[in-house]
Design a protein around this ligand. Structure first.
Ligand SMILES: *Cc1c(COP(=O)(O)O)cnc(C)c1O
Ligand SMILES: [Zn+2]
Length: 410
């Protein structure tokens, strides 16, 4: 059994049963939010019980998740989640906050936080009796789906915009996905995938359409809470594209709060690129979302027409959070900065950290704050931009004298 009570539309409030293949609201087509009986969750699980649990993956939070334990138990799966939360005091000092934790989600099997959503998609596809899953993505949703589906023995059809970085497409090919590189932007890619999914009846892993994906993503918050002994930080910073990740982070925190695992909630720091910040602009200016161009090197958050703006904007507002936009230069700088503490993120992966730096500089967060930065994807995903951030190495002839001269700073 599980503790789901149903799905509620975030637009019209209509309640419906949450079936494994449920997508959007049956009334208005709005995005659904999965609900639980938090009292029952708390009766079934305590923070103390959680500590002694041996499962070292996102599935250790089974009571908070919308799946049957049997589904997970019988599936061949990758180890997703339980990523490290590093306390980085020297970086905290450098950024000007009291305490900084970095949650490195780039260590997931396909090297991004998206593995949490894709692992959930594979479970729900199994419960829906489907063995073909499809999605459109700028890269990480796709590679994580391809990897997690491959582990389960499921087939995948993946639609990517032609500008997706080579490393990410290579991952898809290696995982054996059917890859369709679409001559167009993310919006065109998304539309083609939606048409194909409808035509062929595949399981739909498009975030925002599928309400269960956020339930996978929220496990990052459950982990942060457990790793901090259920003492909440003041802020959690995360990069925002479609808005599903930040909404998932918030959903996890709220479920914990409602089940009595934590007694206060952090504020969210929503970080976008100055070249593509439709969600932050709408929140900051208090007006409806308008599409923007996709001008940023952070391809994972280059989303001009976000698919989940309502949930993301609600999350930022409800948490009394702040919105920060950072330039590509600031993103590259943050990549080097995190790298100098041993953490390697892709551009969108380090955007949250860039946002913390900027928020401190602009006086938006106090210097005695405790902040968690989620690194959402690994730097090896996009080596071209890593080289842009760090430059090329020294080049010498194989001559020790030449090397000695260089060491002397000649
Ligand atoms: C997808 C992604 C994000 C943003 O998540 P959204 O749900 O699109 O807001 C951030 N960083 C990385 C590395 C991602 O892959
Ligand atoms: Zn509705």
């Amino acid at each position: 059994m599980n503790y789901m009570t149903g799905a509620v539309c975030v637009k019209c409030g209509h309640e419906q049963e949450a079936m494994p293949d449920t997508t959007t609201c049956g009334c208005c087509g709005g995005i659904l939010d999965i609900r639980y009986d938090h009292k029952k969750i708390r009766e079934a699980l305590s923070p103390e019980q959680l500590k002694s649990r041996r499962e070292q993956s996102m599935w250790r939070y089974m009571e908070f998740l919308p799946v049957e334990p049997e589904t997970v138990a019988k599936m061949n799966r990758l180890r997703v989640g339980c990523s490290p939360l590093y306390n980085v005091p020297r970086l905290a000092e450098r950024l000007g906050v009291k305490t900084l934790y970095v949650k490195d989600d780039g260590i997931n099997p396909s090297a991004s936080l998206k593995d949490r959503a894709s692992a959930m998609a594979v479970m729900k596809a199994a419960e829906a009796g489907k063995k073909v899953i499809a999605c459109s993505s700028t890269g990480n949703a796709a590679s994580s789906l391809a990897g997690n589906a491959a582990a389960a023995g499921f087939e995948t059809y993946i639609f990517v915009p032609e500008r997706a970085p080579k490393g990410k497409v290579a991952q898809l090919m290696i995982f054996g996905a059917h890859v369709i590189s679409v001559k167009g932007n993310y919006e065109d890619t998304f539309r083609l995938s939606a048409d194909a999914i409808e035509r062929y009846g595949w399981y739909n892993r498009n975030a925002a359409i599928n309400p269960f994906l956020m339930e996978g993503k929220k496990t990052v918050s459950l982990e942060i809470a457990e790793q901090l002994d259920f003492k909440m930080p003041d802020y959690i910073a995360v990069s925002v594209g479609d808005g599903c990740t930040i909404a998932g982070v918030w959903k996890g925190l709220k479920d914990l709060y409602e089940a009595g695992f934590v007694d206060r909630l952090p504020k969210l720091i929503s970080v976008q690129s100055t070249g593509c910040c439709p969600i932050n602009r709408a929140v900051a200016e208090g007006r409806p979302l308008e599409p923007m161009e996709e001008n940023t090197i952070a391809d994972s958050i280059a989303v001009g027409v976000p698919r989940n703006p309502d949930k993301a904007m609600n999350a930022i507002r409800e948490s009394k959070g702040i919105c920060v936009n950072v330039s590509d230069e600031e993103i590259l700088e943050a990549m080097k900065l995190l790298g100098s503490y041993g953490i390697f993120g892709e551009p969108a992966g380090v955007t949250g950290t860039a946002g913390i730096k900027k928020a401190v500089e602009e006086g938006l967060i106090a210097s005695d704050s405790t902040v968690v930065s989620i690194v959402t994807g690994n730097g090896l995903k996009d080596t071209a931009n890593a080289v842009r951030a760090a430059g090329e190495p020294l080049s010498l002839s194989p001559d020790i004298d030449e090397f000695i001269r260089w060491m002397k700073g000649a």
